[in-house]
Ligand binder design. Structure first.
Ligand SMILES: NC(=O)c1ccc[n+]([C@@H]2O[C@H](COP(=O)([O-])OP(=O)(O)OC[C@H]3O[C@@H](n4cnc5c(N)ncnc54)[C@H](OP(=O)(O)O)[C@@H]3O)[C@@H](O)[C@H]2O)c1
Length: 333
């Protein structure tokens, strides 16, 4: 690898644009190439977001073959993540893959196995786990400053008003609130309370069979619990809170990349909890910085988003989908 990290952006949709904007704030990051299904989209993306010398490719195959690319950022719809991460890993590239890593456990296990076989770095783009404020909250719990966490509440949602075929509502592309938004409250509960012992869900489904609104009740070690929701039909407050043995921590909107946290000890004054380091861009920059740190250190997975955690969360979502009756074509493969 060269001194700077050459990023290859695979797909030119909404999150790819946000990610490219944030990369400008990341020391040592450079967009080496962009790949799209169409030449026009790749070229327009390069014009708008990329660094001088960046190449536009009219296929994902050409992108992953670009020798200037060290790590491919997979930003296609979840149903296509395995196919696109496979292209990159087989071309010898490291991979940062958007969340959720895949549609189901079988696909996620296949992707992790492939990364190990090719000895490449792989991380799910769970940027919440790399966010400086979330890391500060986790550190506070690890040091015992906030007492023992007993209850996590978190919700994420917005009104999805998209045309048929949009990835958010298309079952063929993995549409649904649980995989798109619910993965964040579930991951927050996991980061604070550890692995779930039992999860129960109920949901309202669309006519096409995807979950529009989902509510999850979770039980964790030592009887701690979580109440988690995700919605595609309502304007949600998007906040999180953690009730502990000695007070409560609030994560204001948006809880998965909060501006700060607030610790309120019982009977005491609220205290601001600030990030461990500066937020890079909107926070997507911090996950990119974490990838670059791991690559510099020769790691193949990040301690902030280890494979084991990603796989556990995907298994949980498989189980929750079984409970609410949401199936994707990939489940039958
Ligand atoms: N981290 C976050 O906060 C965050 C936020 C939003 C989304 N995401 C995740 O990022 C992924 C992409 O989401 P997005 O909102 O960016 O989606 P989007 O705006 O619909 O963009 C998806 C892109 O994927 C490519 N693509 C390849 N095959 C496709 C197909 N059959 N149908 C549609 N698009 C196809 C297209 O790029 P080309 O035309 O250039 O090939 C398209 O622009 C999802 O997995 C989502 O969960 C993460």
């Amino acid at each position: 690898m060269t001194e700077s990290t050459g990023w290859g952006i695979l797909a030119t949709g909404k999150i790819a644009r946000s990610f490219a904007r944030d990369l400008r704030e990341v020391p040592g990051a450079r967009i080496a190439a962009v790949g799209s299904r169409t030449a026009g989209s790749a070229e327009a993306f390069v014009q708008e977001y990329a660094d001088p010398g960046c190449r536009a490719h009219a296929s994902y195959e050409a992108l992953v073959a670009d020798p200037g690319v060290d790590v491919v950022y997979v930003a296609s719809p979840h149903a296509l993540h395995l196919e696109h991460a496979t292209l990159a890993l087989e071309a010898g590239k490291h991979v940062l893959c958007e969340k959720p890593l895949t549609l189901n456990t079988a696909e996620a296990e296949a992707m992790v196995a492939l990364a190990r076989r090719h000895d490449r770095f792989l991380m799910e783009a769970m940027w919440m786990a790399c966010h400086p404020v979330i890391r500060a909250v986790r550190e506070g719990f690890a040091e015992g400053r906030f007492g023992v966490p007993r209850q996590v509440h978190a919700d994420l949602g917005f009104v999805v008003d998209r045309p048929p075929g949009d990835r958010l509502i298309d079952p063929a592309l993995g549409g649904g609130a649980l995989l798109d938004m619910g993965v964040y409250p579930l991951t927050l509960a996991h980061l604070v309370l550890g692995p779930a012992e039992e999860l129960t869900a109920t949901a309202g489904l669309s006519e096409t069979g995807i979950d529009l609104d989902v509510a999850i009740a979770g039980r964790y070690a030592r009887g701690a619990v979580a109440a988690l929701t995700a919605s595609m039909t309502s304007v949600s407050p998007r906040v999180g809170s953690i009730a502990t043995s000695t007070g409560w921590v609030t994560l204001p909107a948006d809880f998965h990349h909060p501006p700060h946290a607030v610790w309120t000890p019982a009977g005491g004054e609220p205290e601001l909890v600030e990030g461990l380091e500066p937020v890079l861009g909107t926070g997507l920059g911090n996950e990119a910085a974490e990838v670059q740190r791991c690559l510099r250190e020769g790691l193949r997975e990040s301690p902030l988003v280890p494979h084991e955690q990603t796989l556990r969360l995907i298994r949980q979502m498989d189980d929750l989908r079984r409970q609410i009756g949401v199936r994707y074509a990939a489940d039958d493969a």
